[in-house]
Design a protein around this ligand. Structure first.
Ligand code: AMP
Ligand code: MG
Length: 344
């Protein structure tokens, strides 16, 4: 199949994409978080094409993307008042809410759960596609399952050229890491995945937040968890990734003692000179955390190369968007962190 790569600004782009969606096909869509692989989220057959294209395990549910908050009630029941407050404050934007699913949402989308994840993305063309298609768009990240997420149309083309009918190019993703997921189906709101909306921002609206253990620790692959996606090895290049903590100077000293030819260093722009000769790759500035989240997946994809043996990665400390970056990098590293004090 030929893959049409169309710029979001081109006249007729949203109409062409919506037509494919209505006919049960797949379209890769830009969002502010990462590129998604979209299908009619109410059509089991269309949804199953997403799982096949990505090689995604069937027990990993999808997020339904909607054009505005009024669509929540079409898809969810017993919606708590807090959901509308979050939507009012953060939509369109990088926040996904898990709510009880109405029966119109197929099992293929929810992976058999009684809940469904919904989000209104901050991409005008994608919201226009959803409006024109007249259905919510089920869309996971457009990468092949297990690989780092797609943050440019070029990444999607690399993974799916010739296998999906259309990619909408909306430029590089602004946030660069997947949406924050909050579960509102229990007594207390629960953070299932950190993202562009920070825990502090959620607490400001909700007054309370429990952090699921899948956010901060490795989950057994046979475990029954709230966010099934969290138990799989995620976001990682093919080779081993290890995080090296500590100051720039200590980390550089430590990595120099461990480094072998074929290894790479993933670091902050400010550290490039410290890692001279160790094939360093910068993913953004430590002084600008948004540049790190926006650049992380492009860098991890570049390191997904059979010639790379091992990656030593530097990770920002602190909260806010740094918390989401830590989560993605730690998952890519299977939670392996080296403290230079233990090596030097
Ligand atoms: P992706 O779009 O590839 O980032 O994956 C979507 C994420 O949303 C996965 O980690 C899922 O586990 C999570 N998710 C989707 N639906 C639900 C749900 N009903 N309950 C909990 N987590 C969900
Ligand atoms: Mg994903």
């Amino acid at each position: 199949m030929e893959t049409l790569l169309m710029n979001a600004q081109e006249p007729g782009c949203a109409e062409a994409a919506a037509k494919i969606i209505r006919e049960g096909g797949l379209v890769a869509i830009p969002t502010e978080t990462v590129y998604g692989l979209g299908a009619n989220g109410l059509d089991p057959e269309a949804v199953s094409k997403i799982f096949i294209a990505k090689g995604r395990p069937n027990d990993n549910p999808l997020i339904l993307h909607i054009a505005d908050a009024s669509q929540i009630d079409d898809l969810c029941h017993d919606v708590p008042e807090s959901a509308y407050r979050l939507a009012e404050r953060f939509w369109p934007g990088p926040l996904t809410m898990v709510l009880p699913a109405k029966s119109c949402v197929p099992q293929e989308t929810t992976a058999g759960l009684s809940t469904v994840a919904v989000r209104c993305p901050d991409s005008p063309v994608t919201r226009e596609i959803i409006r024109l298609a007249g259905v919510p768009l089920a869309a996971p990240s457009a990468n092949l399952s297990g690989k780092p997420s797609t943050t440019t149309a070029g990444h999607v083309y690399h993974d799916h050229a010739g296998k999906i009918p259309m990619i909408v190019d909306g430029g590089p993703c602004r946030v660069g890491v997947e949406s924050t997921i909050v579960d509102l189906t229990e007594k207390r709101p629960r953070l299932l995945r950190p993202g562009g909306i920070t825990p502090q921002q959620l607490i400001a609206v909700l007054g309370d937040l429990v952090v699921d253990k899948a956010v901060t620790a490795q989950i057994d692959k046979d475990a029954v968890v709230k966010a099934p996606g969290m138990k799989y090895r995620h976001y990682a290049p093919a080779c081993q990734v290890v995080i090296v903590s500590g100051t720039s100077r200590k980390a550089a000293e430590c990595i120099r003692t461990l480094y072998k030819p074929g290894d790479r260093v993933l670091c902050f722009e400010e550290e490039l000179s410290l890692f001279e000769g160790l094939a360093p790759l910068s993913y953004g500035k430590a002084a600008d955390l948004n540049s790190l989240s926006a650049g992380l997946f492009a860098a991890l994809r570049e390191l997904d190369d059979p010639a790379v043996h091992k990656v030593y990665a530097r990770c920002p400390e602190g909260d806010g968007i740094a918390y989401a970056i830590q989560n993605r990098l730690k998952k890519a590293a299977a939670f392996q962190v080296i403290d230079p004090e233990d090596i030097l």
